[in-house]
Design a protein around this ligand. Structure first.
Ligand code: NAI
Length: 463
């Protein structure tokens, strides 16, 4: 044994690195194991941050090409410098991952570089060197789910990792899976000039999201030019000289067809990544999908071993992992860490954005909860009109008896920022009337939230 710690966290994604910082703030001796050359995990290196950089750049390109003229800005020609766009993305990633390294130094968190293995409760080895620790936290995240018969090479047939690295805009990009990754990255490449076809197994996109939001979202994306092939599955992908020939079959049976494309993004979900940790030997339980079940204190079935983030059940979201990291650090330090799973927002960073929190209408119906709905379209919001971004609406669901906000769903400009107000309101147990009576600055998009809250009682002012 070379060194000993109060906590060793395996994995430095948003769950792991935030947990490390919080534990260090609370006076614990902390180490974080990371095998990647940089800290930050999937989110900072090959997920949220690079995709948001490309989403922003492609949005700018698209605006310059399509909507600047509406504002009286005439460009004689515009040209895409994809190499520069990709280099900028790498700079953004570089700044973020270095930021985490700086925070580790500032908080005296030890970065154990290499691959972590749990040798026993209280013992972790990193590339052969053993460390003693009172507690172990598994924060190893998730990986893309592969599809049988489709070989990923990260060049032509890619996961999100390869789809962030295309050196040329594919002429025709097929996307398997109409979920968050498919629609965000599909939007990026479509804005940069690709023809994009989304092949989705179900008869709807973004399953789990409020139906009305999903339908409107699909309509808006289709208007932008994305093509949807719902109720279909891809059974084969054959590489050709020109690209890839996909074999596509109706999900409910029927004749197969083929489609020639230049590149394929496989985005059919993610699964926990816990390979090589030694969980089998240690007897750490996993469910049939590979998730590690934990108790309300994030403890696994083995004493002294905890788990957070994508490796445990729940939404696979960076901010959910972060909050769990904070909670488990506080619990280990003797405090009362807690995450309210009823108020975790979820955002799709397309344009318009989709942001949701709490229950969908379908969930309320299923639970037999009586509810009222307030809706307000961005078309009736002065700021949205000034921006030229009038697609979408705010929908607030409140308890019919108490008026307490149970859920909110926004499709529209900056929905991801707007949802924060409703999350805060829900954390404080607010009613729709509470939101409706709060003064909102004019002219802002946030007035659409206030108006939707007023609409719950049928008293919106601007519609
Ligand atoms: P997802 O679960 O969001 O969507 C996968 C889609 O693929 C579903 O619509 C599913 O019905 C479909 N599908 C499954 N098998 C299929 C098949 N054989 N053929 C056709 N369609 C099929 O998964 P995604 O987009 O890969 O994202 C993975 C995770 O990463 C999600 O849990 C998501 O929450 C998270 N993520 C979150 C982001 C955000 O918060 N903005 C951004 C990117 C990822």
């Amino acid at each position: 044994m070379t060194d000993s710690f109060d906590v060793i966290i395996i994995g430095s994604g948003p769950g792991g690195y935030v947990c490390a910082i919080r534990a260090a703030q609370l006076g614990l001796r902390v180490a974080c194991v990371e095998k990647r050359a940089t800290l930050g995990g999937t989110c900072l290196n090959i997920g949220c941050i690079p995709s948001k950089a490309l989403l922003q750049s492609s949005e700018n390109f698209h605006a310059a090409a399509e909507s600047f003229k509406d504002h009286g800005i005439i460009l004689d020609s515009i040209k895409l410098d994809l190499a520069r766009m990709q280099a900028r993305k790498s700079e953004v990633v570089g700044a973020n991952v270095k930021g985490v390294e700086f925070l580790f130094k500032k908080n005296k968190v030890t970065w154990l570089k290499g691959t972590g293995h749990i040798d026993a409760p209280g013992a972790v080895s990193v590339d052969g060197t053993s460390y003693a620790t009172k507690n172990i936290i598994i924060a190893t995240g998730s990986e893309s789910i592969p599809l049988p018969g489709i070989d990923i090479d990260e060049k032509t047939i890619v996961t999100s990792t390869g789809a962030l690295e295309f050196a040329e805009v594919p002429k025709h990009l097929a996307i398997i899976g109409g979920g968050v990754i498919g629609l965000e990255l599909g939007s990026v490449w479509h804005r940069l000039g690709a023809r994009v076809t989304v092949i989705e197994f179900l008869d709807r996109i973004i399953p789990g999201t409020d139906d009305e939001i999903a339908k409107n979202f699909q309509r808006i994306l289709a208007k932008q030019g994305l093509v949807f092939k719902l109720g279909h599955k891809v059974t084969k992908a054959d590489r050709t000289e020109a690209g890839v020939t996909l074999t596509i079959e109706p999900a409910k049976g029927g004749a197969a067809e083929t489609m020639d494309v230049d590149a394929v993004l496989v985005s059919v979900g993610r699964r926990p990544y816990t390979e090589g940790l030694g969980l089998e030997t240690m007897g750490v339980a996993r469910d049939n999908r590979g998730f590690i079940p934990v108790d309300p204190h994030y403890a696994t079935n083995i004493s002294g071993i905890y788990a957070i983030g994508d490796a445990i059940p729940g939404p696979m979201l960076a901010h959910k992992a972060e909050d769990e990291g904070v909670a488990v650090a506080e619990l280990l330090a003797g405090q009362a860490g807690h995450v309210n799973y009823d108020a975790i927002p979820s955002v799709i960073y397309t344009w318009p954005e989709v942001a949701t929190v709490g229950a969908s209408e379908e969930q309320l119906k299923k639970a037999g909860t009586a509810y009222t709905i307030g809706k307000f379209p961005f078309m009736a919001n002065g700021r949205a009109r000034a921006m030229g971004d009038t697609d979408g609406f705010v929908k607030i669901l409140a308890d019919k008896r108490t008026d307490r906000v149970l859920g909110a769903h926004i499709i529209g400009p900056d929905a991801g920022t707007l949802i924060a107000e409703i999350v805060t309101a829900m954390e404080f147990g607010a009613s729709a009337e509470d939101i409706g009576r709060i003064c909102h600055a004019h002219p802002t998009l946030s007035e659409a939230v206030k108006e939707a809250a007023l609409a719950v009682e049928g008293r919106a002012l601007h519609i």
